[in-house]
Design a binder for this molecule. Structure first.
Ligand SMILES: Cc1cc2nc3c(=O)[nH]c(=O)nc-3n(C[C@H](O)[C@H](O)[C@H](O)COP(=O)(O)OP(=O)(O)OC[C@H]3O[C@@H](n4cnc5c(N)ncnc54)[C@H](O)[C@@H]3O)c2cc1C
Ligand code: FES
Length: 273
């Protein structure tokens, strides 16, 4: 059952001109959250923006005894809500509803977990990487950004024992180009009998390309889809995703309640291609 709290801002760390990590005191939401779930956030008190916006739960904050005390969100400033989130001050209150949506299914060894992140699509992977590593799953993060200065939390992932494969569009760190290129090569060289789960989050084109690569090599893939979400609770139908039906036709699901994590091979990707 999601909870709606007026969460106190307990930290706000700018990572770049557009990215920041906002920390919220929301112990009950944090305690109930699973990797891949999200919160609906209303950052301002007024009518603009009127509606809340969805954000992946980035980190779970814990007190000295290890009890969940809050959560963070990794935000990229693109409009009114993310501007307010970028500028939020400690002590301010932010309406926060969650945890919402379906989480990633976390695999066990001997399966490996390969996480594919584009830009702010990194957000659900901090908690997922922690969950995988806690189970002893060998984990690799394929992480692409526009430029080196927009590759965040690398030490965090290295500290968990996650292998990093980095790409940037301008070639300033890692391989130049898109993140799916090294993923494709790694998939081609991996023995078919070695179990693997792919997890992807990022722009729709990147998700579609990851889904194609997964299908080409017969690998299961869970994607976290981004949709405009008006309510986060299944009421407004702003977030529908076309899915393949067993009969060859298609139907729609609401990403906020059937997702945001969906099986890549069940989505109709035509609109993203
Ligand atoms: C499940 C989920 C988790 C998300 N997690 C994060 C996160 O962790 N960090 C983060 O920064 N963002 C995340 N997003 C995206 C975030 O919710 C949007 O960027 C949000 O709308 C920004 O609000 P805004 O008021 O600043 O800008 P808006 O005014 O809402 O949007 C600015 C522009 O971006 C377009 N836009 C908004 N949302 C989307 C979308 N989902 N897909 C394509 N175009 C869009 C709008 O049409 C508009 O043109 C997530 C989205 C979903 C569905
Ligand atoms: S966001 Fe309203 S139905 Fe999904």
């Amino acid at each position: 059952m999601p909870l709606d709290v007026a969460a106190r801002v307990v930290g706000n760390r700018p990572l770049s001109r557009d990215y920041n990590v906002l920390a919220l005191a929301a112990p009950a939401i944090a305690a109930a959250a699973a990797p891949g779930q999200f919160v609906m956030v209303k950052a301002g008190a007024g009518f603009d923006p009127l509606l809340r916006r969805p954000f992946s739960i980035f980190e779970i904050l814990r007190d000295d005894r290890g009890t969940p005390s809050g959560l963070t969100i990794l935000s990229k400033r693109i409009g009114p809500s993310t501007r307010l989130i970028y500028d939020a001050r400690e002590g301010q209150r932010v309406d926060c509803l969650g945890p919402l949506g379906r989480a990633f299914t976390v695999v066990d060894p001997p399966a490996e977990g390969w996480l594919v992140a584009g830009g702010v699509g990194l957000a659900p992977f901090a908690t997922l990487a922690q969950a995988l590593r806690a189970r002893g799953v060998k984990t690799t993060l394929f992480y692409g950004a526009r430029t080196a200065a927009e590759l965040f939390y690398l030490e965090f992932f290295r500290g968990l024992g996650v292998e990093l494969v980095l790409t940037t569009e301008d070639g300033s760190a890692g391989e130049r180009g898109r993140v799916v290129a090294p993923l494709d090569r790694r998939l081609a060289s991996r023995e078919a009998s070695a179990p693997l789960m792919l997890y992807a989050c990022g722009p729709e084109g990147m998700l579609a390309a990851t889904a194609r690569a997964a299908a080409k090599f017969g690998r299961p893939c869970q994607v976290s889809v981004e949709r405009v979400m008006g309510c986060g609770l299944g009421g407004c139908y702003s977030c529908v995703v076309p899915m393949r039906g067993d009969d060859g036709g298609y139907h729609h699901v609401r990403a906020c309640i059937s997702g945001p994590v969906l099986a890549a091979d069940q989505i109709r990707w035509d609109s993203a291609e």
